[in-house]
Ligand binder design. Sequence first.
Ligand code: IVH
Length: 678
Amino acid sequence: MMSDLSSAAARARELRRQIEHHNYRYYVLDDPEISDAEYDRLMQELKALETQFPELITPDSPTQRVGAAPVSGLEEVVHKVPMLSLDNAFTDEDVIAFDRRVRERLETDADIEYAAEPKIDGVAVSLRYEKGRLVLAATRGDGLRGENVTHNVRTIKAVPIELRGKAPEVLEVRGEVFMPIAGFKALNERALARGERTFANPRNAAAGSLRQLDPRLAATRPFDVFFYGLGEVQGWTVPPRHSDALEQLREWGLKISPLVRVVMGAQGCLEYYREIAARRESLPYEIDGVVYKVNRFVLQRELGYVARAPRWAIAHKFPAHEEHTIVRDVEFQVGRTGALTPVARLEPVFVGGVTVSNATLHNMDEVRRKDIRIGDTVVVRRAGDVIPEVVKVILDRRPPNARIVELPAHCPVCGADVEREEGEAIARCTGGLFCPAQRKESLRHFASRRALDIDGLGTKIIDQLVDRGLVRNPADLYALTVEQLASLERMGEKSAAKLVAALERSKNTTLPRFLYALGIRDVGEATAAALAEHFGTLEALEEATIEQIQETPDVGPVVAAHVRHFFDQVHNREVIRALRAHGVRWPDMQRRSAAQEGPLSGKTFVLTGTLDSMSRDEASKRIVALGGKVSSSVSKKTSYVIVGADPGSKLKKAQELGVEILDEAAFLALLKSAAPRG
Ligand code: IVH
């Protein structure tokens, strides 16, 4: 550990420089030079230094992306240069007609040069950099007035806080903030596990998350961004072509889509459309079409605008991602923690370029809420490689013999009893790790990219390893030999050797990743990171009581009990010991200071019912941010019970115990009076 301030300061500067560099390689160039685990270690070293010497923390430090204090509302921002919308084309003929109009106005027969780009399905934003520093981020709004979302945009890792190299005096860039499909899926899964409302699609998730008041929440959302245009510019001679301008933005560190191309004439546009349409389903984010822009700025100026849309650009839309079909049956799949997920078997239907025959129904509450029955005609929606979803039932088309979906009494894989705890949305197989389905899922989770990141250990291989009895738990993976692996189907000597090397590499990890990889119930990435920071070492966490675990920011009694329960199982300790014996290792972390001090310190809140203005999770976070505690059960020690719509039994309990009860308006007033200004 560094002992003197000046060498620590120098090291922190060096770490920041390296982290910024790797951010640029990773986010902007999509060409990382180091592994995720190595990157995590740089971040951890910087965090440790900043914990030891808090005077070294700068507002622009990459560690500060976690988000500052909540804002009390979203301010209005007037766009000096309006943010325009685009006209749409749906057919080849529409595109040919657009190109003809362009050439007629420009009085030319020559092929026009277009910049062709994917049309990202997210939220349009405008970012203002002054002297290279991000000073303002706003949503599009109605194009003339948007909302100030700087507090949230600053948490997006793909957005530079400072531009690289020599930046202009003023640079406004326009782009699209979006949520990658995988992140959207994980977000919805977390919401489902907590019984919260889910987002209908990645676009809604991005829009909702970007407009949160609390940037700490935004910091946990998996945002990404592509920039595609300019607003106000001072002190930069903009190059003659749009495509060159984008190239310069990329050099400044602003992320540009790698799919941008320069094409010639309507034919070039249509070829581009077909190329991107073919790749649409394999992209990790949603696009709803492509955009063609006349590439030369002089020609753009000559063409001008009609109403709110430019004459020099058009959006060529892809077919929709939603279709009608019939639910033939509903079956149940068993997940990592034994959760039974109802899956609809559908009459195959072509949706957004792919034939779909299954759709997840998430859990029985969701089946009841949407009132999905076997035989129903439903709307299905798919997004990239996400498992398709049933959006809703078309009730008019329900046949008289439609069958209600029932939860099975026994696990369809291992036959163990199925249990559903009081008030839980999820039913579970009680077979534990005896159930092959649970075993496979926990191995998949352990090997996944955000966990131990074992490259090449896919579903098919895990299935074989478990079915042949070669692997029962994660530690067994590290005892596998090249010969054993090479004997599996679809595995040669070469890929077996590769997998052994990947296993070897995965041993060098970090504590947050390891904790996440263990697959403790309700411990997602964010919780794993919080636990790692709070306890610093695995040993400290293993020995902690439920009460001590609950002192971790954002960890409530339910999660704390799951963590404690996990480490109480001899079997789990045994697996951890074996993993360590195989050489799985991570550096210890600096402990973060305990609970935050604030105006609500010493107050305990219990939430019941649904609030209008925010989710329960958001309400909890805001309480914790102000120093308060959130508990799940009412006792004499409870300071306030916050009551939303349809409250549960907690309201009655509060009345019995004489605990102060606040409705939503009173709660908001309390937050407002307690919130730090600014
Ligand atoms: S250009 C004058 N380029 O589409 C040009 N827009 O319907 C204005 N969008 O509000 C926009 N990807 O939210 C442009 N590559 C792209 C885009 C894109 C997505 C969105 C943007 C805009 C809407 C226009």
